[in-house]
Design a protein. Structure first.
Length: 400
């Protein structure tokens, strides 16, 4: 798939890098010892073929009868505002808009109007990695000073985004990033090069924040809120990315012997950063990926996901859209962060992420603030997933 993209674009773009969907939030390490790239598969593996969606019954969905599925109803209705005009979703979304929201009605609606499909990996396994993300709160200023000196940038003017969907629909989820150098398209600047001042980002500052590690994790989460000096809040969200693959700095610390594996969580990395501020810039540059932001309008509710609708805490997930259609309900059977306590509930696929690659793979949105961050930072569980598709949905297009 990737090879075809390069062939279609030409030799000038072979080195330009690829990145899609946006690197919005945490996740990030393959089952193999290598870090996940943003391109579809991990180093040393073959590109997976489209996996089968195995039809199941609701009796086979692990935990279906244990969840208060009506608590996902508002998240589903929110998805309908984005997908409800599509032929496959129109009838169920129109019906849903007229229904009362009591538990019995909602459960009967899903059980009679949808078919569950168990998601299965290319190797036949039905479990995969479930991580977590959240919307952080940072402290910032509209003008830089000695305290607020770490900028969040809007996309630079020279960043090129090359979309091959029109000539290669089967790789429509891929985007190439690069820049012009003379008549050649070359890879865009890495994180280290951007930090060195090589990219034309002067004047693209949205806000300055007071903590470089918090700014780094904001790039991984993809969206957040910044409290300004006067107490007001602004929201920022993902705008674009430099096209380089995400590399886990937690794995770098583990490989260097700086952190034990069990402490390589977001919180563990933050503690390390506080103790070793002089080592932090070099460590952050081990991840060449760099995310650019946009300021979002003030709004109630969660941040906007890739579907273009606000996320619902503990009912929205990020998925790989090559395998799970955005907007679809997904039943997730996993465990709570760093525990064996079951976490089985109906979610809605409303987001994507650069590290969220694979069939049985999801990122669980915990919400806003410190407690949500504590949950997200510890979450690295195994789980199973069933996508619920309207009866008669053309499964060959389920990943579109």
């Amino acid at each position: 798939m990737i090879a075809r993209a390069w062939a279609l674009l030409g030799a000038a773009l072979v080195a330009a890098g690829c990145a899609s969907p946006p690197a919005q939030h945490a996740g990030g390490m393959c089952p193999q010892p290598q870090p996940c790239p943003v391109c579809p598969v991990c180093p040393g593996t073959e590109l997976p073929k489209a996996p089968p969606l195995a039809p199941a019954t609701f009796a086979e969905v692990d935990g279906w009868n244990e969840d208060a599925v009506e608590q996902a109803w508002q998240a589903f209705l929110t998805s309908c505002t984005a997908v409800g005009k599509r032929e496959e979703w129109r009838a169920v979304c129109e019906e849903a808009s007229r229904l009362p929201q009591d538990a019995e009605t909602v459960r009967r609606f899903f059980e009679t109007r949808f078919t569950p499909y168990q998601l299965t990996n290319p190797d036949g396994s039905t479990t995969g990695l479930i991580t977590g993300y959240y919307e952080p709160l940072l402290r910032g200023s509209r003008t830089p000073n000695a305290t607020y000196r770490y900028p969040l940038y809007a996309p630079p003017d020279d960043l090129l985004v090359i979309d091959l969907a029109a000539i290669a629909p089967d790789i429509k989820h891929l985007r190439l990033r690069g820049r012009l150098e003379g008549r050649k398209v070359v890879p865009y600047y890495t994180r280290a090069e951007i930090e060195q001042g090589l990219a034309p980002v002067r004047g693209k500052e949205i806000v300055w924040v007071d903590d470089p590690i918090e700014a780094f994790f904001l790039q991984i989460q993809g969206s957040g809120r910044v409290q300004l000096e006067d107490g007001s809040l602004i929201r920022v969200g993902y705008a674009d990315q430099n096209g380089h693959p995400y590399q886990s700095i937690g794995r770098v610390l583990v490989e260097r012997g700086e952190l034990p594996l069990q402490e390589a969580s977001m919180q563990g990395i933050q503690r390390w950063a506080r103790k070793h501020p002089h080592k932090l810039p070099e460590l952050l540059n081990q991840n060449p990926s760099y995310v650019f932001f946009r300021e979002l309008p003030a709004q109630e509710g969660g941040p906007l996901g890739a579907l273009g609708v606000p996320l619902t805490p503990e009912r929205s997930i990020a998925v790989d859209p090559r395998h799970v259609p955005l907007g679809a309900p997904v039943f997730l059977s996993t465990t709570r962060p760093n525990s064996d306590t079951p976490l089985k509930r109906l979610m809605v696929a409303q987001d994507t992420g650069g590290a969220i690659r694979g069939v049985v793979r999801a990122d669980f949105f915990w919400g806003f603030g410190a407690e949500a961050g504590a949950q997200a930072g510890r979450m690295r569980q195994q789980g199973s997933m069933w996508v619920l598709l309207p009866n008669g949905y053309p499964t060959a297009s389920a990943r579109k």
